[in-house]
Design a protein around this ligand. Structure first.
Ligand SMILES: [Zn+2]
Length: 399
């Protein structure tokens, strides 16, 4: 097996704690050294895994040498929430919203129509292009949901295609009740019955859009039914919750031990306390690109971090409420708009995302972890939020 030594790393952020292994927590990062920074570092990669980490002057010999000339390296971003399998776009809806129209989740039907009409080849091409865009911006793991098919055939197809690009696939048949269903119970019967049976072999997770204030999304009882059926089929649990109101999503995610509850824009004190109690089990995943793109109030990340909640950041890349695949953009929003420090935002986008996916092999640079590295066209990780909108990060390709 051939080994590559990556040298000339001006600042290596390992996110791996002082023992070089334990991931730093997704909670408050009070000082820079919690990031596990190594200055003038080198990393040896062998067989796709990190084999050695340390100062460049002590680096062992390897078959091949890649010199980064003083650039910073951070763990590849873990985007733990995206909806990349869709056709068409909703740019007109976005512009209408910017002109004053309200968002209530209703525009999803338009993406459903376009997705159903697309061929396998078209959908595959769109999906691969989006994943390539993510890699070009430093993302090395992405979770991909279905949810724009909403028939058994189209949901199964979405997940089959998603599996071609990631192992982190999520069945979201319970995204909304599709327009052709007047009978919500009949649709739930489908989602928890034949659709689930067809989709489960291609999925690791099940998710539900729990939002009683959105007419086509799901109530607490409906969401519980979807999640319990998914668990019965062997899937892990994720929840879209508390996006548009302080609804039951967080409560439900905590009750059922979901890996993540995503959005968390409107939280009661009881929600925050419940999330603190399950830190280490359930992650609060914040998606500030959505608030940016819907001109809505941001989640209060500071409140969550100060309380001790595990926090992750992700894009929610989707055609309606946030059509960006850029984790650096999300980091910059988190720092500028949600009161996170640059270090906290980076931890949430790496270790936090890994926790939200219950993964220990990604999100940090440590011996034995996957060699998923992002290189920055910058001397330090601070530049990610300091130079918003600039193409600073890319996944390091060692193949
Ligand atoms: Zn989403």
């Amino acid at each position: 097996m051939s080994a590559t030594v990556v040298t000339g790393i001006g600042e290596l952020v390992t996110c791996a704690g002082s023992d070089g292994q334990t991931p730093v927590l997704g909670a408050v990062v009070p000082a820079g050294d919690r990031l596990g920074i190594v200055v003038d570092a080198a990393v040896v990669v062998e067989g796709g895994l990190v084999a050695w980490v340390g100062p460049g002057r002590a680096a062992p010999e390897a078959d091949r040498r890649v010199d980064l000339n003083g650039r910073a390296v951070v763990p590849g971003f873990v985007d733990s929430h995206s909806h990349l399998v869709f056709a068409g776009d909703r740019a007109a809806e976005f512009s209408a919203r910017m002109a004053g129209a309200a968002y209530d989740g209703g525009g999803i039907g338009e993406s459903v129509d376009a997705t159903r009409a697309a061929s396998d080849g078209e959908l595959r091409g769109l999906l691969r292009k989006r994943v390539a865009e993510m890699r070009a911006l430093g993302t090395t793991t992405v979770e991909v949901k279905s949810g724009y098919g909403l028939t058994t055939t189209d949901e199964e197809r979405s997940l089959r295609l998603a599996r071609e690009v990631t192992e982190e696939t999520t069945f979201l048949g319970a995204h909304v009740v599709p327009p052709e269903f007047d009978d919500r119970t009949a649709y739930l019967d489908l989602v928890t019955g034949p659709m689930l049976t067809a989709c489960a072999p291609h999925a690791r997770w099940v998710d539900v859009f729990c939002e009683p204030t959105a007419p086509r999304a799901f109530t607490e009882d409906e969401a519980r039914r979807v999640l319990l059926a998914g668990r019965e089929a062997g899937l892990g649990l994720r929840v879209h919750g508390n996006q548009l109101s302080s609804g039951p999503g967080v409560r439900l995610a905590v009750e059922l031990g979901a890996a993540s509850v995503d959005h968390c824009t409107y939280l009661t004190d009881a929600d925050v306390a419940a999330l603190v109690a399950v830190a280490g089990t359930t992650v609060a995943t914040l998606l500030p690109g959505v608030e940016f793109s819907t001109r809505s109030p941001y989640p209060d990340a500071r409140r969550l971090l100060d309380a001790g909640v595990d926090v992750a950041l992700a894009t929610d890349c989707n055609p309606g409420t946030c059509n960006t695949a850029s984790m650096p953009f999300v980091l910059a929003l988190a720092v500028r708009e949600m009161g996170m420090t640059a270090a906290e935002a980076l931890v949430a986008a790496t270790v936090g995302g890994a926790r939200a996916l219950r993964r220990r092999d990604i999100g940090r640079v440590a011996v034995g972890s996957r060699a998923d590295l992002a290189v920055l066209e910058a001397p330090s990780h601070d530049h990610l939020a300091y130079r918003p909108g600039m193409p600073l990060a890319r996944a390091l390709d060692l193949s």
